[in-house]
Design a protein around this ligand. Structure first.
Ligand code: XMP
Length: 507
């Protein structure tokens, strides 16, 4: 394994993920973990993470005595490099100013940079700098501002890098990490199957013989979590799926089908009447969102109350690592797991312990698990769908008639995307029913139908998005099909606005 000693960097988890991507098993331990604790992991290499501390501070966290004397190959990143330099007899100084952002390595050399000829962009964020090397060490990279951007020990297996190879702003950083694993002789046979086994063991250890409640939305995260929990603890889990009547055509059936392995552990709550009457007459988008959220909590609370009375202690959530980073703001520190948690708007007297097995996974890792757990392809590769569902894709008031119209049109759009093999090439696609009607002609008669918007975007993070350049022949076919099969729609338009300034949804 690779043991990552954490000195508080917001990127520590990212390092772990990168190592896993390179198919090596990694564990994160506190930077001050004892030698015995580290030995128990039988490390083939250590990585010292970055961190906010400075080696000058007397109380800055550092490896326990003996840890750097075991002959283990070490990669020190940022603070980790500074610590190595100081520990082995070099010198670190305050740089006076902070080097922050993208930097080009003007010079780099040696096996750590094998396969990386030419200019290399790496991400920097530091204000201390190594100014004198330990005896026998070498400088192996420099930037314009920083002559010591990477160093190598005489053993040829221990290195320090001032930059962050693990972040996306270091486009070739993965190669540096891979080179380190190769030089360190780390075995690389880690697979999603191992992750799955670890997660199952963790869940069993944590939950013991207690019971778990889970809300499933039909998205990939909660569906995968449902299958994982079923595998780990069987019928000591109940998954609640609330049908709020704002789902797409056939979506509920699709989810029920996919989660059939759960048997009786899947509880589908029909609540569309409740949601639709709460939404009656409401046109404001934020109001609609609030109402759907409130009604959802009401329904879920009813279920949770019953189950809590039956001794359910845990509430499982499909929180992913990016959600953890986002809600933490500046870093991981503030995101420390609150173990006793009043969850997501549930009332004070309903206390659940929070179970978040995907807390350190990224979406594509969850999709790999989903594959192993047998989640059907359409759900596994599904685009995100907003919690308030079609309520925010019908501009203005939500009525049963409009839901019915939108469902049919949306189904034509989405299934055509699949037929044309375009579905996986866009990040999200939606049909939007506007309240606008326009004049047309059908046969010899004047018609008056709704304007339907089609939206498809490509994006990595959903914070910015580009409108998808769908083929014109495809759009033509979809428009013809929709106006033919959904006569209430008179006109189809395609949204060619990117985000920003537009958002992905229209409301
Ligand atoms: P926007 O429209 O803000 O959407 O560009 C970005 C992403 O978030 C989804 N979205 C929502 N998801 N509840 C959700 O669960 C919401 O109220 C909501 N609004 C937007 C949207 O579908 C897109 O993926």
């Amino acid at each position: 394994s690779v043991v990552i000693l954490d000195y508080g960097s917001q990127y520590t988890r990212l390092i772990a993920r990168r190592i896993r991507e390179l198919r090596a098993y990694s564990v994160i331990l506190p930077g001050t973990a004892s030698l015995e604790r580290i030995q128990a992991e039988r490390p083939q290499a250590l990585i010292l993470s970055g961190g906010p501390a400075s080696v000058f501070e007397p109380n800055s966290p550092r490896p326990a005595p003996g840890v750097l004397e075991q002959g283990w190959p070490v990669l020190g990143i940022c603070y980790g490099m500074q610590y190595l330099a100081q520990y082995f007899g070099g010198r670190v100084e305050r740089a006076g100013r902070r080097e922050y952002g993208k930097a080009n390595l003007v010079h780099h050399t040696g096996p750590l940079f094998a396969g990386l000829e030419g200019e290399l962009q790496m991400w920097m964020s530091h204000s201390d700098a190594v100014t004198e090397l330990p005896p026998g060490w070498q400088v192996i990279a420099s930037t314009e501002e920083n002559p010591v951007a990477a160093i190598a020990a005489p053993d040829g297996r221990t290195f320090g890098v001032q930059f962050h190879p693990e972040v996306v702003h270091s486009p070739k950083g993965m190669q540096v990490l891979e080179n380190f694993l190769e030089l360190a002789g780390v075995v690389r046979d880690w697979t999603a199957q191992h992750t799955l086994e670890h997660l199952i063991a963790d869940i069993r250890a944590k939950v013991g013989d207690e019971k778990v409640l889970l809300a499933v939305s039909g998205g990939v995260d909660s569906s995968t979590l449902a299958l994982l929990l079923a595998r780990a603890i069987g019928d000591r889990m109940t998954a609640v799926f609330v049908d709020h009547g704002l789902l797409r055509l056939g979506e509920r059936q699709e989810v029920e089908q996919a989660l059939r392995p759960l048997g009786k552990a899947l509880r589908v709550v029909e609540a569309s009447g409740q949601f639709l009457s709460a939404l009656r007459g409401v046109t404001d988008p934020e109001q609609k969102r609030k109402i759907v959220g409130r009604e959802f909590i009401r329904v879920f609370e009813r279920e949770a109350r019953q189950l809590s009375a039956q001794g359910y202690r845990w509430l499982a959530q499909g929180t992913l690592y990016p959600d953890v980073i986002e809600s933490a703001g500046s870093g991981e520190g503030s995101a420390n797991i609150k173990s006793h948690h009043n969850v997501g708007g549930l009332p004070e007297d309903l206390q659940f312990e929070l179970l978040e097995p995907f807390r350190y996974l990224f979406k594509d890792e969850v999709r790999e698990l989903a594959l192993l757990l047998g989640l059907p392809e359409p759900i596994r590769m599904r685009h995100p769908f907003p919690g308030p569902g079609l309520a925010i894709r019908i501009l203005g008031e939500v009525t049963p008639q409009k839901l019915e119209i939108l469902r049919r049109a949306d189904d034509i759009f989405i299934s055509s995307l699949r037929d044309w093999n375009l579905y996986d090439q866009v990040s999200q696609a939606a049909a939007i029913l506007t309240p606008m009607q326009s004049v047309g002609v059908v046969g010899d008669e004047r018609s008056y139908g709704y304007v339907l918007g089609l939206r498809a975007v490509s994006t990595v993070d959903f914070m910015t998005a580009d409108w998808a350049r769908l083929p014109l022949e495809f759009l033509d076919e979809v428009a013809r099909k929709i106006t033919r099969q959904v006569p209430e729609i008179g006109r189809v338009v395609y949204d060619i606005t990117s985000k920003p300034p537009a958002t992905i949804e229209w409301e």
